[in-house]
Design a protein around this ligand. Structure first.
Ligand code: SAH
Length: 252
């Protein structure tokens, strides 16, 4: 059996209890070494075999899974954050299906949630934005034509941009082609939840310059939108005048 596990954004105590138990029981752990906190590998039992997938191809990862399976043992495939975002899990799962190897997936705290926590922010503020766009700038990995950053930016919604800090000038340019202005608040969160976490608050107009000035070149998220501003309306859910299935509004 292969268990895909979300490691969380970095802090070792932000893995789920289920994920930690699977790590403790694994005979083999293949971890995304570029981003997974090595402290999590301390949960491995004695004799567990460790592989850093940052140095491996998909074929090599699959070979390890097949060999472990053939020996009747358990593999944990440890991905950063939640495996469902930029985790390259589908290609592994399809190959496991073809090989008749069973697997399951344990979610993790994605770094976009870790970044919101670091900022003490709510992405979905009433009257400001009720939508979170998770995307990336196109680089060596292409992005479908209809999902180009400038086009997504036309909504003015909350945006979380992964894998793009190295292209920050292009990101800033694309955002300004959309609904954001140079005064729209933005932030860069480097290594959310790690001890070396860094938060840079800025605006869309100062995004590239602020990122450079702080020397941030990798492992960072760019978050953009008026949710980082001061104006919003309070929620209906907790409004005394609002009736819900659980509470009668004061005006009724
Ligand atoms: N599955 C992961 C994302 C993997 S893609 C998740 O759910 O978070 C890798 C990108 O995620 C990095 O380039 C960076 O943009 C972002 N990232 C991962 N961990 C991060 C962290 N702790 N802080 C900020 N960004 C992070």
């Amino acid at each position: 059996m292969v268990h895909f596990v979300g490691a969380g954004p970095g802090a070792p105590d932000l893995i789920t209890q289920r994920g930690a138990a699977l790590l403790q029981g694994a005979d083999c752990i293949i971890y995304a070494g570029s981003l997974v906190n090595p402290a999590l590998l301390g949960l491995a039992k004695p004799g567990c075999v460790l592989y850093n997938s940052a140095e491996m191809t998909l074929e090599q990862v699959l070979d390890v899974m097949r060999q472990t399976e053939a020996a009747g043992k358990t593999t944990v495939r440890l991905h950063t954050g939640d495996p469902c975002l930029y985790g390259a899990i589908r290609e592994q799962m399809d190959a496991l299906d073809a090989a008749g190897i069973s697997y399951d997936d344990t979610p993790g705290v994605s770094s976009f949630c870790g970044a919101a926590a670091a900022l003490n922010a709510e992405y979905t503020l009433p009257t400001v934005s009720q939508t979170v766009i998770i995307t990336r700038m196109e680089g060596r990995t292409p992005v479908p034509e209809k999902e180009k950053l400038a086009s997504l930016a036309s909504h003015g919604a909350t945006m979380v941009i992964f894998l793009s800090i190295g292209l920050i000038d292009k990101v800033q340019e694309a955002l300004l082609q959309g609904a954001y202005t140079s005064a729209t608040p933005a932030a860069v969160v480097y290594k959310a939840s790690w001890p070396e976490q860094k938060i840079v608050r800025c605006t869309v107009g100062t995004l590239a310059e602020s990122t450079r000035r702080n020397g941030i070149t990798k492992t960072a998220l760019i978050v953009v939108g008026d949710f980082l501003g001061t104006r919003y309306e309070r929620s209906k859910l907790y409004d005394p005048a609002f009736t819900t299935a659980f509470r009668k509004g004061a005006d009724r």
